[in-house]
Design a protein around this ligand. Structure first.
Ligand code: A3P
Length: 316
């Protein structure tokens, strides 16, 4: 447990599994949580009252959350990047269970009640848990996902680089945990399927996009996102220029070059270096780490979970 985590409110009957180092995960309503985020999650579900104009960015960790935070902020505010130069994307778009309702609550100037633009809020909560809380507001949601092997690789690297544990955390163990669903906010597959099914039922309210699609043609998907959000780019010269600037200002290369995002100072909300959210930003990096046996094992699960549900995604 990290400093500041609390055992208060913790229901000792919850299933517990070792995750990495001395950290445990707690299973609640079918999903696994680090204790501090379980407490934040319960607060969100008890207290969060979204507005119809809110935009909620949902994601499983390490699937492109930081990128989407920058993109959504830029699209909605028609910002050409000035704000991103001095603010970490996580400071512009807070995560509900971490920054707004978590142990280290922060106030956000971007939530000025006089502002006319939508609030953009992020969450790693699965749709299965969040659905009842967002239903009354019927607000828009954007869900980003990423292929499971790259997600796992990014997660493993993130944990290795951002925390120091006495025990090593070998890749074999990370794969084992991921395949068993024992990973914060996991199982990954249930998380993705929850939002995917919702996006099929309510495409006007839930926008489902993959990291790989965005990488492949960022501009087209920014245009689609803007349409979904009700603020389309109207095609005149000025708007077109802003669109091009957003592609560049939110690119991995640009964002990761800003001092605020390179800083090794700890973020106030997660006690991790601000730089932890930027590593390589590539598609297919798992090929540099996972062996054939690991790839086969994950692909088999992906076929069972995704393909057999009709989501033809995640094996390549
Ligand atoms: P890698 O570890 O593969 O490099 P999240 O924001 O959900 O925590 O996801 C982090 C992953 O997104 C990391 O992947 C990180 O490098 C990558 N990332 C961060 N900013 C990005 C950007 N602007 N464009 C593409 N990928 C980005």
């Amino acid at each position: 447990m990290e400093n500041g985590d609390s055992n208060e409110d913790y229901d000792s009957s919850l299933p517990v599994e070792k995750w990495c180092g001395d950290e445990q995960l707690y299973q609640w309503k079918g999903f696994w949580f680090r204790l501090q985020y379980l407490l934040g999650t319960r607060q969100v579900l008890d207290k969060f009252k979204p507005l119809p104009s809110d935009v909620i960015l949902a994601s499983f960790p390490k699937t492109g959350t930081t990128w989407l935070k920058a993109l959504l902020y830029s699209i909605i505010n028609r910002s050409s990047g000035a704000c991103l130069r001095s603010n970490h994307p996580h400071m512009l778009v807070p995560t509900l269970e971490v920054q707004l309702y978590g142990a280290q609550q922060q106030s956000f100037s971007t939530f000025d009640s006089t502002s006319s633009s939508s609030r953009i809020l992020a969450t790693h909560l699965p749709h299965q848990l969040l659905a009842d809380a967002v239903k009354p507001a019927d607000c828009r949601m954007v869900y980003v996902t990423r292929n499971p092997k790259d997600t796992l690789t990014s997660f493993w690297q993130f944990v290795l680089k951002s925390r120091s544990y006495e025990e090593p955390w070998p890749l074999e163990m990370a794969v084992e945990k991921f395949c068993n669903g024992v990973v914060p906010f996991g199982p990954y597959y249930d998380h993705v399927l929850g939002y995917w099914k919702e996006s099929l039922e309510r495409p006007e309210k839930v926008f489902f996009i993959t990291y790989e699609e965005l990488k492949d043609d960022t501009k087209t998907h920014i245009r689609r996102l803007a349409e979904f959000l009700g603020c389309p780019f109207n095609g005149d010269g000025g708007e077109e220029e802003i669109l091009d600037e957003i592609v560049i200002s939110c690119s991995f290369e640009k964002l990761s070059s800003h001092e605020v995002n390179r800083s090794i100072e700890h973020s106030p909300w997660m006690r991790l270096p601000m730089s932890s959210f930027f590593r390589k930003g590539e598609v297919g990096d798992h090929r540099n780490y996972l062996n054939n046996e690991m790839v086969e094992r994950i692909d088999t699960i992906t076929v069972q979970k995704f393909h057999e549900s009709g989501l033809m995604y995640g094996v390549n």
